[in-house]
Design a protein around this ligand. Structure first.
Ligand SMILES: [Zn+2]
Length: 379
């Protein structure tokens, strides 16, 4: 689809306007309105902010998909697991959250009706004496409406994620980490004065890979040097590999040369649903990188980006420095700096699996300490 922006007009714009009105983000007025004006741009930005999307006021594929998903309410259409083209939408999120509240493991509430959602639904149907067909149709909806909602909290699936890590223990040996260097091939990412994001991140990925392997972890790269899989292919790779953790490496760019620093992103909807471990990992990475490199700490934030949403294990996307900022660009161009970043990330991963045990102050844990710790555990 074509990206829609302020100044555009036509039937596609009219359709989005009516969706925004239905969502209560724009006044619903009569007549023909097919112009992408300032009011509409503001509504799009608000919507993007609510959804954890990039707030650029443009309607590209991700925003368009989120708008379409937002129009579905539970009960408005039957839901089932379609293997070849899984159903997505806000109605699926509501169903998943209801299943979770009732104690059924429907997976992370990501709005995709997958096999786990179906399995949870079948268990619910069995327990409540409904037809066990894995389809959320009128009978199941009636069943769900009759149940009083239980107290919120708990979020069993996200707690289970954390429990799995706790049980797997503080050793790094045997952990399988997918390192995802952003962009690739003809997609260079941010490119300024001959420095480009895809090459830098490829180099950083290799440095990180070497250190991870040295500490006994299994490190897999999500792409080759000349490939650029899309976000869902990268997520599928991690899922098929049975990854324990996904680390996606990027640098940022901005219209302002003053924007600088490091930021990390984990799965979360911004209204309470969050990957506990993803959030913990993002926080640890922020602390270690900011402390070791002096890059400005721009914080850890919940997002619903494809890669974060579709991976079954905790995933963190790190935006390391702004290539449009002279200081950040100079630092990232230095291989020694990229070594420091790689070490900071390895230490952050180690801290995640220690879960607060043997805690040492941020920035003081060295790569040598991590190696020594692993060797001591191995004895
Ligand atoms: Zn990027």
């Amino acid at each position: 689809m074509r990206v829609l922006r302020r100044g555009d007009g036509g039937p596609a714009v009219a359709e989005v306007r009516s969706t925004l009105a239905a969502l209560g983000l724009m006044p619903a007025v009569g007549g023909v309105h097919d112009q992408f004006d300032q009011v509409m741009e503001h509504a799009i930005r608000t919507f993007q902010q609510q959804r954890g999307l990039i707030t650029d006021g443009l309607i590209g594929p991700a925003t368009y998909r989120a708008l379409r998903d937002a129009t579905y309410q539970l009960g408005g259409r039957p839901l089932a697991y379609l293997v070849s083209a899984p159903i997505t939408g806000d109605d699926v999120v509501t169903l998943q959250e209801r299943m979770l509240e009732l104690g059924y493991d429907a997976g992370r509430p990501n709005g995709v009706f997958g096999h786990q959602t179906e399995a949870a639904l079948r268990n619910f149907q069995r327990d409540y004496g409904l037809t066990v067909d894995g389809i959320c149709g009128p009978e199941t909806i009636r069943g769900l409406r009759q149940l009083s909602p239980r107290a919120r909290g708990g979020r069993p699936v996200l707690l289970r994620e954390q429990e799995r890590v706790r049980r797997s223990g503080p050793r790094l040996t045997g952990k399988r980490i997918v390192i995802d260097p952003g962009h690739g091939a003809t997609d260079t990412g941010v490119a300024v004065e001959g420095v480009n994001e895809s090459e830098l991140m490829w180099d950083l990925a290799r440095r990180l890979e070497g250190r991870m392997v040295a500490t006994g972890m299994e490190a897999l790269l999500s792409r080759g040097p000349d490939q650029c899989p899309d976000e869902s292919e990268r997520a599928a790779f991690a899922n098929e590999a049975g990854a324990d953790l996904v680390l996606s490496l990027h640098s940022d760019g901005n219209g302002s040369p003053f924007a600088q620093g490091v930021a990390s992103f984990h799965f979360g909807t911004g209204n309470g649903t969050t990957s506990t471990l993803g959030e913990a990992m993002a926080g640890l990475i922020q602390r270690e990188i900011a402390k070791r490199t002096g890059l400005r700490d721009c914080g850890a934030h919940p997002k619903t980006w494809e890669l974060l949403r579709l991976t079954r294990c905790p995933a963190v996307r790190i935006e390391i420095g702004y290539l449009t900022n002279q200081d950040d660009r100079r630092r990232l161009s230095d291989p020694a700096f990229r070594d420091i970043v790689a070490e900071g990330i390895v230490v952050a991963v180690k801290r995640l699996y220690l879960l607060g045990e043997n805690d040492q102050p941020t920035g003081s844990f060295t790569f040598a300490d991590v190696l020594a710790h692993e060797l001591a555990k191995a004895e």
